[in-house]
Design a protein around this ligand. Sequence first.
Ligand code: 6R9
Length: 635
Amino acid sequence: MSYYKINNLEEYFKHYKKSIREPRKFWGKVAEENFTWYQTWDKVMEFDMAEADIKWFTNAKVNITKNCIDRHLAKRGNKNAIIFEPNDPKEAAQYITYNELYDRVAKMANVLREQGIKKGDRICIYLPMIPELAVAVLACARIGAIHSVVFAGFSASAIASRIIDCECKMVITSDGAYRGNKTIDLKSIVDEALEKCPTVTTVLVAKRTNTEVKMKEGRDLWLQPLLDEAIPNNVAEIMDAEDPLFILYTSGSTGKPKGMLHTTAGYMVYTAYTFKNIFNYEENDIYWCTADIGWITGHSYILYGPLLNGATTVIFEGVPSYPDFGRFWEVIDKHKVSQFYTAPTAIRSLAKESTEWVDKHDLSSLKVIGSVGEPINEEAWHWYNDHVGKKKCPIVDTWWQTETGGIMISPVPFVTPTKPTYATLPLPGIQPVLMDEKRNEIEGNQVVGSLCIKFPWPSIARTIWGDHQRYKETYFSAFPGKYFTGDGALRDEVGYYRITGRVDDVVIVSGHNLGTAPIEDAINEHPAVAESAIVGFPHDIKGNALYGFIILKEIGEYRDRDNLRKEINEHVASHIGPIAKLDKIQFVSGLPKTRSGKIMRRILRKIAEGDFSNFGDITTLLNPEIVEEIKNERL
Ligand code: 6R9
């Protein structure tokens, strides 16, 4: 029997049990039956949790791009691998078949080799969401160069610190990027970053916006002429299972960004397996994930996972609000998208607008809709379910992290019954446990604790680039022998998991542990509220009190702000309890968010405390200007 696909709930439990009792047999079989290897492994897995030393498929030899591209050519050569939907709907979409993708990746790989790039070299990729980004990533993997994709919205100093940390030799960028009605001069941002980066000897520049750029003699080269000269054929590098595939930096809450290192075979097996199951992918489906390839979601579920399954994956250059709030729905209709995967922040921003934007497009091609990045609140879940999924598409609320490489807890659509705001059950191979403050495992159901994983899975990050000690301390020391996620979770009466947010989002008010997420959920249900963020601040009597930053919808009838504050608090009291009432409510026009849509609570916490001294690294914010506004209007 095959373990690659879960077809019903009974099979889910059967596969899950097998994966826990005999993980090596389970993953060995999945790996053997669904991928092409130059050579198989001696051991499926070896690990030492205390040293944070984990290896999968020891001594196997493989190249992930052979599995993403070459092996599909015989059967799917003329099938679209990538559909590129440009920022401007008036510009034609591009359709790239597997045959064409092979040629383009081969040419790019040859260009990299000609430029002296070798296996193990680090390449920084700073590109907008255009086909060249996918091609560049795959070309690195083709020749064993380690890609470090930096989201093309990061500042020069954020790029520089990432390049310096892993000593990149090369940067691949473009003249500019389109984002809604804006044009961003990427190349000049790279130029500024490179003033501090002596290791970079070559910059390859793709053309997208025809923006005028400065080309530095001896360092910068236009990409297209090099590609035009290159041969569309390339022998892939033979990679060891544990050879690095990529580095991806996560915005650590303070200090230096963490370069999470992912290796080849385990990442390949797990992203392919989870893509297949969580999106119920079938041969003729069109799959669209709206994330940026600069995030782990884009790495695993725009590129690697879909391509490993021979899928058609949409790459979208634009934003949800340009040229209007119907853009997402228009793209789904246009390309007959079957699976749609986005973030709660996008859902909430669109749910604020009239439902006419959704209703005027035909979304009947949709089969599964997904959510990732943060807890999805109940109101957003229902809006997504009612208006986008039309109550017939299961919502896969997928919990995972840059560090986990692939989705860890999620419903399997048409298999696991969904429940609003619950990521539900762990995927095969994943053993979540909840821990209390005394570092004991909390048994049973209807419990809350810190979420840990007690056994390695194939796509766990192997280290932090250049700092294994930090990796050990961050993830394996809080609860010895276990991987600590940094998230809190509750397990309900049937064993479903609900992620309650980062553990540091728990505020203790008068001795009561209050998760800020459920309070935010309650507040967001108030008809006047668009979004909210709650943090704790020191209080003489209660120890901590709650401070709410609230964005209002444009609703005229709520002019009396004090009355509204009262109403919101009554709402909280009736949903959570009087203990959760907010001491302060500040109405704001926006919240400080990272580029991936996560609220940067540490800044709000500082503002609430009245400590304006040092906000730390805010280079990763999408809207740094909001910090000033919130600070000035602090209550
Ligand atoms: C994939 C990704 C990881 C953190 C994670 C958690 C939050 C992600 C979630 C979720 C609740 C979900 N998170 N998915 N919380 N429900 N479905 O987002 O990776 O950027 O590294 O963030 O995001 O707090 O720990 P990353």
